[in-house]
Design a protein around this ligand. Structure first.
Ligand code: ADP
Ligand code: MG
Length: 292
């Protein structure tokens, strides 16, 4: 492509809410064959809300929500926000937490009402050796509905599940269909559990899912795809995604996401929509064919 057509291509992008940082990014985008999509906030809206509270044994629903919401007061995770908002709506009285600690990719822990509380995913429960009894059946059902179940353990005993759900963005499925028609392989990359991830992937037509990925391992997963010979674009919105955005051949940030993700990227989609990924690649292909 000539410098003139690269400038025109970047201009075309800007007209469509696609900020392309360099002519180089535009040139590389033409050779992409794999699009890796973060789930939460990229395929979905990233605004989860509380859907289910399931108590086990002698615990009550109110108790599970009070303790689960209280322990999340110290967390900045979007899942925590969903639980706090849901609990407030239900008039829950929050209690104090001592020794709060966030365990990245797993959940949170602390002492509530004198009891040791663990709250998070299956990985966390396994790591702490909590027997799950009936809870896993409930968790499986919720995950198959595309919800994210979180386990609550009190003093080493499984006490209940709290689930949240996030809405798929209205044009995610359309955009993914188009990307596949353009000959690109689409992969989902998420810290969420495999079952939930697969349920969401099915809704939007993604065939390959990399789930249960720890925040620090997202970039490594991109690197592995590159080692398979793939030219990879990573699309993400979170602080978690920044190293993977940098590692990818082309990093694409969702403009409504975090500044950290935007700074780590070559392209920013001002509108949150994945249709922007389709447009960016179309512009790149047209530019390289000197259509402009
Ligand atoms: P993602 O942002 O892709 O969901 P994370 O690595 O932040 O990935 O989280 C992975 C999983 O760890 C979550 O789906 C959840 O099950 C658990 N988790 C993380 N943070 C919390 C939290 N504050 N409370 C409960 N569970 C959490
Ligand atoms: Mg995200």
């Amino acid at each position: 492509a000539t410098p003139m057509s690269l400038t025109t291509g970047i201009g075309k992008g800007a007209e469509n809410g696609i900020l392309i940082r360099s002519g180089e990014a535009l040139q590389i985008a033409e050779r992409l064959n794999t699009i890796v999509l973060d789930k939460t906030g990229t395929i979905t809206e990233g605004k989860p809300s509380l859907t289910d509270v399931i108590p086990l044994g002698r615990f009550t629903e109110t108790e599970i929500l009070r303790i689960g919401a209280s322990i999340e007061q110290g967390s900045e995770h979007p899942l925590a926000g969903a639980i706090l908002d849901g609990a407030k709506d239900q008039g829950v009285t929050f209690v104090q937490v001592v020794g709060f600690n966030a365990i990245p990719g797993h959940g949170v822990e602390g002492v509530v009402e004198g009891k040791r509380v663990l709250f998070g995913n299956l990985k966390l429960m396994r790591k702490e050796g909590i027997p799950l009894a009936d809870l896993q059946t409930h968790a499986t059902r919720l995950a198959d509905e595309g919800k994210t179940p979180m386990y609550l353990a009190i003093d080493g005993e499984a006490a209940g599940i709290i689930a949240v759900a996030d809405t798929v963005k209205e044009d995610s499925a359309d955009a993914i269909t188009q990307l596949k028609k353009m000959g690109l392989e689409v992969v989902m990359l998420t810290g969420d559990n495999e079952r939930t991830a697969r349920a969401i992937a099915k809704q939007v037509g993604v065939d390959r899912v990399l789930a249960d990925v720890l925040p620090q391992d997202k970039a490594e997963n991109v690197r592995k795809l590159q080692a398979e010979g793939k030219k990879v674009a990573m699309v993400g919105d979170g602080i978690n995604d920044a190293p993977a955005l940098t590692q990818a051949d082309v990093g694409i940030a969702i403009g409504t996401g975090t500044d950290v993700a935007i700074e780590a990227s070559d392209i920013t989609l001002i509108k949150g929509s994945l249709k922007g990924v389709v447009s960016a690649i179309q512009i790149s292909r047209a530019t390289m064919r000197n259509v402009y």
